[in-house]
Write a protein that binds this ligand. Structure first.
Ligand SMILES: Nc1ncnc2c1ncn2[C@@H]1O[C@H](COP(=O)(O)OP(=O)(O)OP(=O)(O)O)[C@@H](O)[C@H]1O
Ligand SMILES: [Mg+2]
Length: 160
């Protein structure tokens, strides 16, 4: 599935839909070059899940933790500046407790990250952005179906 995101508001709407349709546990790889819009999507997604305080960029910390509803927890990772994927071992990532992983630059953590359910490839497209979705697990496939068939999917123009 591919979507055009003509402005930041479109990315924020997508984040809301992804938050609403996500499975109970989900690992999401956010691919895309510098400036492709990964953090914008991740930040709006965390907001949609009810995170109300500051949403820091994990540029230097590599990971930020957020309590979301109940005892659920979201992890936001940005691995752009990681020296070696093995550093992930020392971050104390408790995969067992995290219910949502949003991972920017996942290719830099290869071998140390949980397998993805959903991969989103973001790219600059004119003044806006383009998002391409690939399901990489059964839960991811069901998720994409829910996303594509949801009533508000019509709000996303240029679906293909
Ligand atoms: N759909 C969109 N349309 C237009 N501009 C957008 C869109 N989404 C994000 N942007 C803008 O793109 C810029 C870069 O966004 P962002 O920081 O989210 O990119 P990134 O992929 O996280 O980059 P990096 O890898 O450097 O962290 C920001 O100024 C943001 O407002
Ligand atoms: Mg970023």
């Amino acid at each position: 599935m591919e979507l055009q995101l003509p402005d930041v508001a479109a990315t924020e709407l997508l984040a809301t839909r992804l938050a609403a349709t996500r499975p109970p546990r989900a690992v999401v790889y956010l691919h895309g070059d510098l400036g492709a819009g990964k953090s914008t999507l991740a930040r709006a997604w965390l907001r949609a899940l009810g995170v109300s305080g500051a949403i820091r960029s994990p540029t230097y910390t590599l990971v930020e933790h957020y309590p979301i509803s109940g005892d659920a927890r979201a992890l936001h990772l940005d691995l752009y500046r990681i020296g070696d994927a093995g550093e992930l071992e020392f971050l104390g990532l408790d995969g067992g407790e995290a219910t949502l992983w949003l991972i920017e630059w996942p290719e830099r953590g290869q071998g140390w990250l949980p397998a993805a359910d959903l991969r989103i490839d973001l790219a600059v497209a004119g003044a806006g952005r383009q998002a391409e979705f690939s399901a990489t697990s059964p839960a991811g496939r069901a998720w994409l179906n829910a996303l594509a068939s949801g009533a508000s999917a019509q709000a996303f123009a240029a679906d293909s």
